[in-house]
Design a protein around this ligand. Sequence first.
Ligand code: DOR
Ligand code: ZN
Length: 344
Amino acid sequence: MDQISIIQPDDWHLHLRDNEALATTVPAAARGFGRGIVMPNLSPPVTTVAAAKAYRERILANLPVGVSWEPLMVLYLTDNTSVDEIRRAAECGFIHGCKYYPAGATTNSDSGVTDLANINPVLETMQEVGMVLQLHGEVTDCAIDIFDREAVFIERHLQRIVDDFPQLKMVFEHITTSQGVQFVTSAPENVAATITPQHLLYNRNDMLVGGIKPHLFCLPVLKRNTHQQSLIEAATSGNKKFFLGTDSAPHSKNDKESSCGCAGCFSHPAAIELYTEVFDQAGALDKLEAFASKNGADFYQLPYNKTSITIRRKAWNIPMSLPFTDSEIVPLGAGNTVNWKFEQ
Ligand code: DOR
Ligand code: ZN
């Protein structure tokens, strides 16, 4: 097959940052995609409906003329999130989820939740109003090895949340392990997961063998190749619980190539092509549309996009770097050849 046409895809997990960064990140997010779930880990985080509305307007102001793309906004949960704010979010029409970050787990998560027990009333209300809970599923206990943090989160917390809130819709974000795949596969219908391109394309050897590759460092961290294999099987299975979420997370080249490099891969410049490559290599191009364009919309109870996109078999090189605010940024796969090309 030398070309594939699918319903326009959506990205169910991404980061845009704010202010000057939006001039780069918004057009990149809109490249090929119809909508995107915009993560709220700004500094300070987006914790109120009013802040989400203002952020949404700054985002839309950076959308190129003639491009239609819809930012789907998210509230950042803290120990102090009120039940009233959740109700306002459910009514406003532009907020589609609330994000749980364990305090200290990742970029700008300092204001995150210190103990899941603190937000039981909030989860109760989210369940009642049908608001989606998006989970960064890692424990932060420093006694737990970084490669085990997702699996331990399932044992210590996720199972309990699923049991205690049987109607709460939740997305286990950017899953990285076979335990994550197994949990979501056997969980009830209200539990789904996003999968990133980097966790499908790479494993920890790619990041560490022959020298550290800071541009492959993200959180949850890449795992061993057996986990990568489970993720590929889940994504390409057609199972409606798994859908596309790039976790495209822009950081400047300097911030990544540092003695304490930031976590995050800026995947948007080639996101749709990188996913296509994974599905092609797995012999599952016929499942790409479900993963990229249908499963997420079904889960969030939104209509499919009305247009289609075509991706052609055509080799091109991902740029080594791109301009970003007053510096530059290195996209995921920089310098590599991709064998598929989406043309606008
Ligand atoms: O690698 C990551 N980068 N993981 C996250 O959870 C946050 C993200 C970011 O915002 O940079
Ligand atoms: Zn993220």
